[in-house]
Design a protein around this ligand. Structure first.
Ligand SMILES: [Zn+2]
Length: 69
């Protein structure tokens, strides 16, 4: 799935199983958990997008996302 790279704002790729995020434009490469923390720290508006993701990961990242509220 294509997502917006939090580092260079070009297209990054979120792996289908939500395990990692990778951007070929700037070599951004993090696990999804690290990515969530990275963007939560840098960009509050991303929380809306991630809210949608949470529904399909069945609690995989829900624990960390709950802390945002
Ligand atoms: Zn990038």
């Amino acid at each position: 799935m294509k997502i917006k790279c939090p580092k260079c704002e070009k297209n990054a790729e979120l792996s289908p199983d939500f395990s990692f995020v990778k951007c070929e434009s700037c070599d951004f490469d993090m696990s999804y958990g690290e990515y969530v923390k990275f963007i939560a720290h840098n960009e509050k508006t991303y929380s809306d997008i991630l809210g949608d993701y949470t529904g399909s990961t069945e609690g995989h990242t829900a624990g960390s996302l709950d802390e945002w509220d």
